[in-house]
Design a protein around this ligand. Structure first.
Ligand SMILES: C[S@@+](CC[C@H](N)C(=O)[O-])C[C@H]1O[C@@H](n2cnc3c(N)ncnc32)[C@H](O)[C@@H]1O
Length: 395
C-alpha cells in the first residue's frame, strides 16, 4: 500500500472514532478519577493510547511538552496541569475532527486548572513533517501514534530536530516480536487498529538510535495481542538528545554486574571487574539512568573480584532447564549484554528463545529492566519437553 493510502485510511478511521466514540486500542493505566477532576468527559471518551504517558511524571513547571498525535487531547491536558501556567504544551495531529474536539475543551481545562488562558496549542500537521521549530520541546510524548505512520524513520528524525539539546522523549506504542507478513501489512483496517504498521521491537529501537537518541530503553513492555502467531507488544520507551557534558567526570568505570559483559551505545565493551578509562562523552553516557547502576566510578582504576561485596551476579539455578516457549528481547540501552550462563543478547536482533532457567534469571529485578519476555507456546508445552543437565551449557 502506498503511504498516502495508509495516511488517508488512518485519518478516516480516527475522524470516525470522534463521532462514534468507539472503544479502540489497548489498556492504559490512567487514573481517571484524577483526570475527571479537570478534563471533560468527551475528551476522556476518545482516549486511544496504549500506555500511560509515564514521561509526564518527569515534567518540571515551565517546560515545553510536545504531544505527537494528540488525538482528543488527554495527554496534552495532563501535561498542561504539570507544566503549570508558565509552561507550554503543543498538541500535533493530522485529523481535523480530533483537533476540533481537543480545541473545543481547552478553555474549560484551563479554567478548571485556574489558568487565565490555556497553555495548550493544538496544531494540524503530520508527524513526518512537524510544524514545530527546531529545538523547541523539553519533552516529547506520543501515545499509540508512530505505529500508524508509514515512515517511522522520518518521524524519529523529526523528533530529534524539534527536541532541545538535553531534552527527552517518552513514547508508548505497539511493536511486534517479528516482521509482519504482507497480508497483515496490507490490511487497511488493521492499520487503524494499531496492528499493521507495528515494527519489530529491534527495528523500532534501532530507528530511534539512528536518529541520534541515546539511552534508549524500555520503561514498560507488556504482551498485548497475538494474531496468527505474531505477538503485538505494548511498550513505553524513553530516550535523550544528549548534550554530552558530564556533571562530574569520573576517569574510570568498572562493570559491577549483574552482566558479565556489556557494550554501551558508543560501542565500548566492559567486562565485569575490569576498570576501563573513560573519555568525556562516555563518562556522560554512563552516568545516566539505566547505565549508572551497573558501574563503579572512580578516579583511579578499581578492579573488582568475585569476593568483593560490590561484585553483582545473578547465578542460574543448578537445575534442569526446560524449554517452555519463552523468548527474550534486550530492550536497551545496552547494545549487547552477556549473562553468567554465557548467553549473549543483542539489541539488534530478533527475540531469542530462552529456557526456564534463563527466564528465571531475566525475571530477576536486576535483569528485568533490560529485557522484555513473552511466551509463544500459549502456556503449555508437551510433558516430554527436553531437559538439560545442570551446568551442561546446552541452554
Ligand atoms: C490511536 S490515536 C491516539 C490519540 C492520543 N494520543 C490518545 O492517547 O488518545 C492516534 C492519533 O494519531 C493521529 N495520527 C496518526 N498518524 C499521524 C501522523 N502521521 N501525523 C499526525 N497525526 C497522526 C490520529 O489522527 C489520531 O488522532
Amino acid at each position: 500500500m502506498e503511504s498516502h493510502v495508509i495516511t488517508r485510511s488512518v485519518n478516516e478511521r480516527y475522524a470516525r472514532a470522534v463521532t462514534t466514540g468507539e472503544e479502540m486500542c489497548c489498556p492504559t493505566g490512567y487514573n481517571y478519577e484524577e483526570l475527571r477532576a479537570f478534563i471533560p468527559d468527551p475528551v476522556l471518551k476518545v482516549s486511544y493510547g496504549c500506555g500511560t504517558p509515564i514521561g509526564l511524571t518527569t515534567v518540571q513547571p515551565g517546560e515545553t511538552v510536545l504531544d505527537i498525535g494528540s488525538g482528543g487531547g488527554i495527554d496534552c491536558f495532563e501535561a498542561s496541569r504539570r507544566v503549570g501556567a508558565s509552561g507550554q504544551v503543543i498538541g500535533l495531529d493530522m485529523t481535523d475532527e480530533m483537533l476540533a474536539l481537543a480545541q473545543a475543551h481547552a478553555p474549560t481545562v484551563a479554567s478548571n486548572l485556574g489558568y487565565a488562558q490555556s497553555n495548550v496549542e493544538f496544531r494540524k500537521g503530520q508527524a513526518e513533517a512537524m510544524p514545530v521549530e527546531d529545538a523547541t520541546a523539553d519533552l516529547i510524548v506520543s501515545n499509540c501514534v508512530i505505529n500508524l505512520s508509514p515512515d517511522k524513520d522520518t518521524v524519529f528524525r523529526e523528533m530529534f530536530r524539534v527536541l532541545r539539546p538535553g531534552g527527552r522523549f517518552s513514547i508508548s506504542d505497539i511493536v511486534t516480536d517479528q516482521p509482519l507478513p504482507q497480508y497483515l501489512i496490507h490490511d487497511r483496517e488493521k492499520w487503524g487498529d494499531c496492528l499493521s504498521g507495528a515494527l519489530p521491537f529491534h527495528q523500532y529501537w534501532h530507528g530511534l538510535r539512528t536518529a541520534g537518541f541515546v539511552n534508549v530503553h524500555q520503561v514498560t513492555l507488556m504482551p498485548w495481542r497475538v494474531i496468527d502467531g505474531f505477538h503485538f507488544l505494548s511498550v513505553t520507551l524513553a530516550g535523550y538528545k544528549m548534550t554530552w557534558t558530564s556533571p562530574t567526570a569520573p576517569q574510570f568505570a568498572t562493570l559491577k554486574g549483574p552482566f558479565s559483559q556489556v557494550r554501551d551505545e558508543l560501542g565500548h565493551t566492559y567486562q565485569r571487574g575490569i576498570p576501563e578509562p573513560l573519555d568525556p562523552r562516555t563518562a556522560a553516557l554512563l552516568q545516566m539512568s539505566h547505565y549508572a547502576g551497573l558501574f563503579l566510578f572512580s578516579k583511579t582504576p578499581t578492579p573488582l573480584t568475585r569476593d568483593d561485596p560490590r561484585w553483582v551476579a545473578v547465578w542460574p539455578d543448578e537445575a534442569d532447564c526446560i524449554w517452555k516457549g519463552d523468548f527474550a528481547l534486550l530492550t536497551g540501552p545496552l547494545l549487547e549484554a552477556q549473562d553468567d550462563d554465557g548467553h549473549t543478547f543483542s539489541g539488534d536482533t530478533l527475540p531469542v528463545e530462552i529456557c526456564s532457567k534463563t527466564r528465571k534469571v531475566l525475571d530477576h529485578a536486576l535483569y528485568a529492566p533490560y529485557f522484555g519476555t513473552f511466551n509463544r507456546a500459549g502456556g503449555h508445552v508437551p510433558t516430554e519437553a527436553e531437559t538439560c543437565q545442570p551446568s551442561s551449557g546446552c541452554c
